[in-house]
Design a protein around this ligand. Structure first.
Ligand code: TYC
Length: 101
């Protein structure tokens, strides 16, 4: 019987692709009370009072502000929860998500 030749094992490492990131964006409106926006930012996005105030004021003055960046699932879930908070309180508060370049 012919001697068997030991096979060289080659390992191919498949690195997971970097997940795409999604921005959660806060949109200004004329009706939602400022302190309500701050409360939602603190509750859903775990911001400090100061951070939430800064984001709320930027949206208020410029029309919109990026709140944070997440993977798609997290961004969509937080956006949904934040929009729900506004709806349940009867405010037109709106968050949206946008894919990063
Ligand atoms: N513009 C609102 C007001 O004057 C406050 C506000 C700020 C609402 C930011 C939404 O994303 C927002 N009461």
């Amino acid at each position: 019987m012919a001697p068997s030749i030991p096979q060289l094992k080659t390992r191919t490492r498949t690195r997971a692709e970097r997940p795409r990131l999604y921005k959660v964006i806060l949109l200004n409106d004329d009706f939602t009370p400022r302190d309500f926006v701050v409360t939602v930012l603190k509750a859903i996005f775990r911001m400090t009072e100061g951070e939430a105030l800064g984001v709320m004021m930027t949206a208020h003055q410029r029309g919109a502000c990026v709140v944070a960046v997440f993977t798609r699932e997290i961004a969509e879930e937080k956006c949904l929860r934040a929009n729900d908070e506004g709806r349940r309180a009867g405010h037109p508060l709106a968050f949206t998500t946008e894919r990063e370049e």
